[in-house]
Design a protein around this ligand. Sequence first.
Ligand code: EPZ
Length: 422
Amino acid sequence: MDKLIIKGGMPLIGKIKVSNAKNATLPILAACLLTDKPCQINQVPMLQDIKTMIGLLKALGVQVNFKNSTVDICAGHNMTLEAPYDIVRKMRASYYVLGPLLARFHKAKVYLPGGCSIGPRPIDLHIKGMESLGAQMNIEHGFIDAQTDKLQGANILLEGNFGPSVGATANVMMAATLAQGTTTIIGAALEPEIVDLGNFLKAMGAQIQGLGSSQISITGVKQLNGTEWTPIPDRIEAGTFACVAVASQGIIEIENCEPKHLEAVVLTLKEMSCSITHAENSIIVKTNGRPKPVSITTAPYPGFPTDLQAQFMAALTIADGTSHITEKIFKSRFLHALELNRMGADIAIDDNKAIINGKEKLSGAKVMASDLRASAALVIAGLCAEGETEISRIYHLDRGYESLEQKLTGLGAKIERVASRN
Ligand code: EPZ
């Protein structure tokens, strides 16, 4: 297993380019199952989760060619309708094949995704959505066996206890594109990745209205066509680089980002005393000494994203005062806090709340990554800590950040990947 060695403590300055969004690309790749015509997805990030999704599609019988950041994909007629456990267990987003398979082939067998280190991740809303469209969903022996004679449009309330579900909105929207009649999702997710998926489906010929609002209507069509698409830039990667600027007290121009997807993040950065300059496809984050402390509550889009909670916590460990973070989406997503404390941070966790007493400095230490965004938080902490930080289990990082060490090296970071036997 590889490790990252970081020698921190210096301001990082320069330009860094964001890749396109993993969380938009994953459902878009699954949506290609909805047609037997070829699709081409451009500027796809080379990430482990993307390779897992491609592996899953290939296991289903889809022809996929991933070369030079372009995915050529064609889901013909000779398909296997079972998503194998060995692939599903690696990535929760594997359940994105459920909606498209049911819509086009009226049948799907998908192993249940397990738990994960960010807390319980139920799939009741996915099941409710498919049942509302007329699918029979049998759950036994650890898999969902779904079938239907035909999917029929319906009004579906998808909001759960923690607000709208990104995954369930995507799955139901994909399934409804080929259902008979009109489906209205009430309590739909507003995330830009959902809008991007919806626009991709529209480019395939789907009839969808209300994208970006909490009510999305989909009128089923008989078939969809192939199309070509470039997913949106990754707003979470952009936010991660903003935290690198804050923690290292540097100046970073973040290229290939969509400022309007980052409004809550930019407002928070300004409260932390950063100066932000917007251009059409980039933002410049300039820090002015140690950040000011802030209070953050995670929320569905357009609120502050849970996927940036860990990275902001890392940046706030050196704030000039006490910050508060309340995690409302995945209530126990705090494993990074204990590792940050090993680097000299002062973070106390009480249920879904974190209190971060800012320190002047962190000090490098050996730490272990527990999930994708927690890994990014440790990298940020390592970049601002004095001395050497060694981060193990960085395979989590490779699931969602493309060429992170190379990109950070371009800003002057001293960061190196080393192979390790344990
Ligand atoms: C997506 O996960 C993202 N994953 C996550 O990104 C992100 O953290 C999350 O949305 C929230 O923004 C992908 O896009 C692949 P949800 P998803 O369904 O769709 C509850 C990352 O780091 N819920 O919107 O699985 C759920 O427990 C990650 O890139 C139910 O109760 O999240 C949570 O509290 C990890 N029942 C809330 O809804 C359900 O059936 C939101 O989850 C489904 C979800």
